[in-house]
Design a protein around this ligand. Structure first.
Ligand code: C2E
Ligand code: CA
Ligand code: CA
Ligand code: CA
Length: 278
């Protein structure tokens, strides 16, 4: 027992406890943040490599904290997942993004991006009524289901509960399903046989080394072959340079996303960001 007490004592000031304390603080503040409108949605372009047209945008949530300033979603999404607030926050992101997509369509007509991509977490997918939530957001905003992409990760799909059925229901509605961070999970390829998938988002880690002949280029090539063979759309994520864009295009990628084309912003410019890659 004494030994245990000692262990507990040493742990008391450990980094883990600081992290746990930080988690608890954030968790408490998330509720207030939602109620007082501290969240924003920004949009990052997804471009067509052959002609540089912006074909879709990905909605990404931002938290403008009154004293901490900008808090990264990498920090607060896992906390919101844990305390369940992601369900409400995620529904807010979905409504905001779909409403924005309709505004752009009204404003810009054919120049508006064809699709809006929204990230959905494990907890949201596990909710029994999630497909109904999406259906009612589409009805409320007037956005056609085919204009919406739901981005899910392997972890989220294997989260249990209603998850696989929910993805099937969403697909039935006409919503497109994208597998996010593709290639980084344990059974990315197996997942393609479990759920209906329309799009693969090839993780940045495979794009990073693509201009140097090596493993990354080999894997990126294999992934585009799988995608093309199955008739799916593939998006290369995290493209930061013109060289990477050109190499991806050469390998057969038609869609890409990354700082090279545009960072996530509140109001992307749909007229001035054409990038000719060829
Ligand atoms: P993700 O879905 O994989 O989103 C891509 C992330 O990579 C975004 O980070 C984006 O800003 C960043 N990124 C895009 N292009 C580049 C690039 O060229 N270089 C680099 N270094 N980064 C790039 P962000 O916005 O910080 O979001 C991080 C993660 O937080 C997202 O990863 C997603 O998992 C989660 N997330 C963000 N918004 C939402 C949301 O509304 N709902 C849920 N459930 N998760 C979200
Ligand atoms: Ca994503
Ligand atoms: Ca991703
Ligand atoms: Ca990611």
């Amino acid at each position: 027992a004494a030994k245990h007490a000692g262990v507990r004592h040493r742990r008391h000031h450990s980094e883990l406890d600081v992290v746990a304390g930080e988690h608890a603080l954030l968790a408490a503040e998330l509720r207030a943040a939602l109620d007082t409108g501290q969240f924003r949605v920004v949009y990052q372009p997804i471009v067509s490599l052959p002609d540089g047209r912006i074909v879709s945008v990905e909605a990404l949530v931002r938290w403008d904290h009154p004293t901490r300033g900008f808090v990264s979603p990498v920090e607060f999404i896992p906390v919101a997942e844990q305390n369940g607030l992601i369900v409400e926050l995620g529904a807010w992101v979905l409504r905001t993004a779909c409403a924005q997509a309709v505004m752009w369509r009204n404003e810009l007509g054919e120049a508006a991006p064809e699709r809006m991509s929204v990230n959905v977490s494990a907890r949201q997918l596990a909710e029994p009524g999630f497909a109904d939530v999406v259906a009612s957001v589409l009805a409320w905003t007037g956005l056609g289901a085919r204009h919406l992409i739901v981005e899910v990760t392997e972890t989220a799909v294997f989260g249990g509960g209603q998850t696989v059925q929910t993805v099937k229901d969403l697909h039935e509605l006409g919503v497109k399903i994208a597998l996010d961070d593709f290639g980084t999970g344990h059974s990315s390829l197996g997942l393609l046989q479990t759920i209906p998938v329309d799009m693969l988002k090839v993780d940045k880690s495979f794009v990073d080394g693509i201009t140097m002949a090596g493993r990354h280029a080999v894997i990126a090539t294999a992934l585009i072959q799988v995608s093309n063979g199955l008739g799916l759309m593939a998006v290369a994520e995290g493209v930061e340079t013109a060289e990477q864009a050109a190499e991806l295009h050469r390998l057969g990628y038609r869609l890409a996303q990354g700082y090279h084309f545009g960072r996530p912003v509140a109001e992307p410019d749909f007229t001035g960001t054409r990038v000719a890659v060829v």
